[in-house]
Design a protein around this ligand. Sequence first.
Ligand SMILES: NC(=O)c1ccc[n+]([C@@H]2O[C@H](COP(=O)([O-])OP(=O)(O)OC[C@H]3O[C@@H](n4cnc5c(N)ncnc54)[C@H](OP(=O)(O)O)[C@@H]3O)[C@@H](O)[C@H]2O)c1
Length: 330
Amino acid sequence: MSQTSPTIRVDQPGGAEAMHLVDLQVGEPGPGEIRIRHHACGLNFIDVYQRAGVYALPMPLSLGMEGAGVVEAVGEGVTHLKAGDRAAYASNPPGSYCSLRVMPAKTVVRLPDSIAFETGAAMMLKGLTAQYLLKKTLPQGGLQAGDFVLFHAAAGGVGLIACQWAKALGLQLIGTAGSDEKCALAREHGAAFTINYRSEDFAARVREITGGAGVKVVYDSIGKDTWDKSLDCLRPFGLMVSFGNASGVVPPFAIGTLGAKGSLYVTRPTLFTHIATREATQAMAEDLFAVVTSGKVSIRIGQRYALKDVAQAHRDLEARETTGCSVLLP
Ligand SMILES: NC(=O)c1ccc[n+]([C@@H]2O[C@H](COP(=O)([O-])OP(=O)(O)OC[C@H]3O[C@@H](n4cnc5c(N)ncnc54)[C@H](OP(=O)(O)O)[C@@H]3O)[C@@H](O)[C@H]2O)c1
């Protein structure tokens, strides 16, 4: 039996106005697939890159990579989920900005009863990202309690989760943010130090905070605007983790710079390599659920929008007006 679902689509890359609501037919799940009815959908900066064509994808495109809801039906070969299960995911292909969809089951996990649907929708992509950054994307010799790390956009979706998780790991997270209010929010969520990088020279402040030594790792999702100065924040042999480009993509750079600045390491990771298998996704999700249910990390939903108001949600995210996570309600 075929049903229809309101779904946000883009026909051509463009601004927030390029998104529109259409009714799409949703059929039965095929082998390895499920059909899920969303209670909430997550909003992520990657949705902006995909909408705008920074990450080029075939058009027309259904947007959205994160959601939570109830499994309605499972296809052949799906054994880890059944109809009626509460579930959540961060997943390719895009298409979570909708009420109902058929999608691959591989990266969908059961959501513990103690975690609300909105929280599940808000935290899967951002929380699994904080997980692989702080636990798997590490400098030579790893990170020990007391170590300094620099984390940009600390009051954002990934940022507020990372502040709390870093604290739980005993790290001293230095968080940057674009206003004094956002800096205060990051400190309330566990950042040991904050820097308003719109009004302060963050590299100079990092040197000051670390007694001239620099940090072992920089987690940089800002890209173009922060790249050069982020390298200046690192200790010798430090690791530059470039995991996003909210201000624009990092331009090509001379590799010799890494030698001159102290034999630095650089990586450009994405969550989707980390959640390439069901086993890896399940293990990372269990780690995330454990830290959230323990109360060490709470998921702050700073904004809620009706699905039809998705353009406003994108405008707010791009204008740096959001804090924490945002959800869309179908
Ligand atoms: N590679 C991966 O696996 C992966 C996975 C998830 C997310 N990410 C990246 O992580 C970052 C955070 O994602 P999120 O969804 O949680 O978003 P977010 O942090 O809630 O929003 C982005 C933040 O970036 C800051 N920013 C600085 N310059 C900006 C500019 N020119 N335009 C817009 N924002 C700017 C703003 O905070 P301030 O005002 O405080 O500067 C803004 O709130 C994004 O870059 C995203 O692409 C990467």
